[in-house]
Design a protein around this ligand. Structure first.
Ligand code: SAH
Length: 509
């Protein structure tokens, strides 16, 4: 990419992420303006709902999630202190890498095993993590692979995709210590304290360079559950539901001839709207936002559920609901293309005067697929998530639409959708899993590694923490994370002949 293009992409990505919702046009009633909103972001969102969608009075769950999680003005990840308020016992939730160092060590071992299985490349290795949180997982991976010199010396750079400047700073301290941080064309840059290689931060994976001769190892731990979802419900055909007006870029226009009534069920999007009992009548303890079913089709409900046959099958059953995360599909596809090359057909140049272009056969942009992605999260193996939007605050479930920006909002990850997106994006990859986290970690030797560590720990408190910690990661009942959390791997296509370690394959050294 040339400099101008790079700068434009950077600017576009920044604008895209950081665009605050526009409240300025709102002509508000005094109750609305004077109301005590739960958070400043609640007020911004409420005003935006009125301004941006005056006819429907609602925004998609995806727009709501994007703002509450990553708005530069009061978003959960972008403005809460990640060090104390988000992660850990005193924060809102705790994740596997934060529970015990053994988790990251085993992910490091998995990566080395995969590198060996792919023929021990001596150059061009890239480590990438999306949504690194406090940076603990990458820190444990780097410390571990520092013991495998021929692997660590083949690493060119470590790339971190992080939307939050506050968390980027915490990651930098952990991974790079006092080394200086520079601003670059695409983001920020420093040097790893473990292996002396560049650490590069960007806000969106699409800003990272693509190269056909690189071997990326990509990690996503509890990242996909934070990506925005849309939710849809199938409704039976009904003549009253046909819109009498349509929304155009300049406002609603009445239809002279109402559209013909639909004869088959249709998807309607579940939207976030204001609750008049709270914002107009000011009734105490009423929630400010609620979910409502859109009265008519929206561009999203007409397009998004059509992207997979899995959704189409449910459309004919009125009452079915589905959750779909287009952004998650974009990320999974991006991982796949970086590993396996692009499956896009190369388009032959058009002849003068003709607008049609003929496609030539699939041409992967990568000569030989290489690298891998490991996606670890909670979600469903083969069913489509339903009603999974949840809010977490101080380790308790809370309503997901409450206190925008001060509650962690997430949704179940649809692992089959990720697999589908990866396979569709690149002919050069295959997908393994998801398997349950407990099985993955046990087959990578978590019990043996914990035992080895315990031999050198005398302090009773630390022994107890390690023991309860590793068991919690694999336990499948109670508050164990062994069953709910799952692991999916994307690796280079090999006709299913070689399974990755922990996902049915063994270690061959
Ligand atoms: N992987 C870490 C943190 C998980 S929390 C762990 O397991 O402990 C989710 C992480 O993803 C945070 O670092 C958050 O800032 C980041 N994040 C959330 N939405 C994002 C987005 N749209 N783009 C980039 N990063 C995002």
């Amino acid at each position: 990419m040339n400099h101008v293009a790079k700068r434009t992409v950077t600017r576009l990505a920044r604008n895209y992420r950081s665009q605050p919702l526009r409240p300025s046009l709102w002509r508000c009633s005094s109750t609305f303006a004077d109301r005590e909103w739960s958070t400043p972001l609640a007020k911004t969102l409420a005003e935006a709902i009125k301004v941006e969608s005056p006819t429907t009075g609602s925004i998609s769950i995806a727009a709501f999630m994007r703002q509450v999680l990553t708005s530069p003005e009061g978003g959960y990840y972008t403005t809460r202190s990640g060090g104390t308020e988000v992660f850990g016992k005193k924060g809102d939730f705790i994740t596997s890498p934060e529970i015990t160092q053994v988790f990251g060590e085993l992910v490091g071992i998995w990566t080395v095993a995969e590198w060996i299985a792919q023929g021990r490349k001596r150059t061009g290795i890239e480590l990438m993590e999306v949504g690194p949180g406090k940076g603990t997982l990458m820190d444990d991976i780097l410390r571990t692979i520092g013991n495998f010199k021929s692997f660590s010396s083949a690493i060119e750079a470590i790339y971190l995709v992080e939307a939050s400047p506050a968390l980027r700073e915490i990651q930098k301290q952990l991974l790079c210590g006092d080394a200086p941080m520079e601003e670059t064309e695409i983001g920020h840059k420093s040097i790893s304290k473990h292996i002396g290689k560049p650490v590069i931060w960007v806000e969106d994976i699409r800003l990272l360079p693509h190269s056909e001769d690189k071997t990326p190892f990509i990690f996503a731990h509890e990242f996909f559950d934070a990506l925005p979802i849309h939710a849809f419900q199938s409704v039976a055909p009904s003549p009253e539901q046909q819109p009498k007006e349509i929304n155009t870029p300049t406002g609603p226009i009445k239809l002279d001839q109402p559209q013909k009534p639909a004869t088959t069920p249709q998807w309607r999007e579940l939207m976030v709207s204001l609750n008049p009992k709270a914002v107009v009548d000011n009734i105490k303890d009423e929630p400010e936002f609620k979910l409502t079913l859109a009265k008519a089709s929206t561009p999203s409900s007409l397009v998004i559920p059509e992207i997979s046959d899995r959704y189409k099958a449910l459309k004919s059953l009125p009452g079915s609901t589905i959750e779909v995360s287009p952004e998650s599909r974009i990320y999974a596809a991006e991982f796949a293309r970086r590993i396996g090359g692009s499956s896009q057909t190369k388009v032959a140049p058009t002849t003068p005067g003709s607008r049609a272009s003929s496609a030539v056969p699939m041409m992967p942009l990568k000569r030989k697929p290489s690298g891998a992605a490991l996606i670890m999260d909670y979600g469903t193996s083969d069913t489509i998530p339903v009603n999974s939007l949840r809010g977490i605050k101080q380790h308790q479930k809370v309503p997901p639409l409450s206190s925008p920006g001060q509650v962690d909002v997430s949704a179940d990850v649809d692992f089959t959708a990720l697999a589908e997106a990866a396979i569709d994006a690149s002919k050069g990859v295959e997908v393994h899993g998801p398997v349950e986290q407990g099985d993955f970690l046990l087959s990578l030797g978590i019990a043996e590694r914990a035992e080895q560590l315990l031999k050198n720990i005398k302090d009773e408190e630390r022994r107890k923490n390690l023991e309860s910690g590793w068991k919690r990661l694999v336990d499948k009942g109670g508050n164990g994370m062994g069953k709910i959390y799952k692991v999916l791997a994307i690796i280079p296509e090999n006709d299913g002949k070689r399974r990755p370690v922990g996902l049915g394959g063994g270690i061959s050294l």
